[in-house]
Ligand binder design. Structure first.
Ligand code: GRG
Length: 296
């Protein structure tokens, strides 16, 4: 088995080619919108969610052509959320993935349409390509991604986030917000990857669900710590924004040390959830390590 870094780099390279092919080509009209979509998706980001799709797909013996489509759909939803989140009506940021945000490079109306179009394309891909031999299962995958990104998932979490500025949240309220804003899409990535493969039994799916839930929340706890402790150049996005905008985070609520302990605890729980799997869950274990131990 190649080491994790080699595995991740090979998948990231292949995935970049998939995205270049699946996104509208830059010479197709309307060229400016298509250029802005490609600008917002290509050549950037850690691709954590796609890697989770690939790792869960490998666990379930899925064909990489199928997981590639599911991974693209998830990453397009993620990219849309970043483009909209950076807009002046939301987080109002100028730097993302080490370059000017979409509305700065293009304009606000274009950024809005980029997000809309990326979201539509995500669902078009899921509907257009064969992801599972069983059509009913494929339909349930589309439903899963819709639920994870909508008002009962990511968009709902974002609404709570915007509403929480300047407020003191309790730990359960903060957890609720982050399980939706960040966790839902990460959890869906794991489940979608697995659903591209041979059916797993109920216990196995529920273990993967628990894994996805833990790494989803751990991702956000670590994000809060990095926002407080890392610098803008390392993150490729503006550091220190949470404190500047008076946003409740795990760091403001618990302090940095306790937030790090919480991330370590979620890391342990995520690895425990995979206890019933053998070697075939190794990539998921390594991704949990990366999510918690990352420096950017
Ligand atoms: C606008 C509907 C809507 C939702 C926005 C995801 C999100 C919700 C906002 C992004 C703001 C933010 C900093 C969230 C915290 C965690 C997070 C999603 C960070 C960015 O994800 P990474 O680190 O980014 O995976 P890359 O660039 O590596 O893909």
């Amino acid at each position: 088995m190649p080491d994790f870094q080699a595995w991740a780099s090979a998948h990231q390279r292949r995935f970049e080619d998939d995205l270049r092919r699946l996104l509208p080509q830059p010479d197709a009209a309307p060229q400016r919108l298509h250029a802005a979509m490609r600008y917002s998706v290509l050549d950037g980001g850690k691709r954590v969610r796609p890697l989770l799709v690939f790792a869960a797909g490998e666990l379930a013996g899925a064909d990489i052509a199928r997981t590639g489509i599911a991974a693209a759909a998830v990453e397009l939803i993620h990219a849309y959320s970043l483009v909209h989140d950076d807009m002046p009506c939301m987080d109002n940021d100028v730097l993302r993935r080490g370059k000017p945000t979409c509305h700065v490079e293009y304009d606000e109306a274009t950024a809005l349409l980029v997000g809309d179009s990326l979201q539509s394309l995500a669902f078009q891909l899921l509907a257009e390509h064969r992801l599972n031999d069983d059509a009913a299962r494929q339909l349930s995958m589309i439903k899963l991604l819709a639920a994870a990104s909508g008002s009962r998932g990511m968009a709902g979490g974002q609404a709570i986030d915007l509403d929480s500025v300047g407020k003191q949240l309790s730990l359960p309220e903060l957890e609720f917000m982050h399980i939706h804003k960040t966790g839902a899409l990460i959890r869906a990535s794991v489940l979608l990857g697995a659903q591209c493969g041979s059916p797993l039994d109920e216990k196995e799916m529920s273990s993967l669900d628990r894994f996805g839930k833990c790494v989803g929340l751990a991702f956000q706890v670590v994000d809060d710590v990095l926002d407080a402790e890392a610098d803008t150049a390392t993150l490729g996005k503006t550091a220190g924004k949470d404190a500047e905008q008076d946003k409740p985070t795990y760091v403001t609520l618990l302090g940095a040390q306790a937030a790090k302990r919480m991330a370590a605890e979620l890391h342990r729980e995520a690895r425990d959830a995979l206890g019933g799997f053998g070697e075939q869950a190794q990539r998921l274990r390594e991704l949990a390590d990366f999510i918690v131990l990352r420096k950017f």
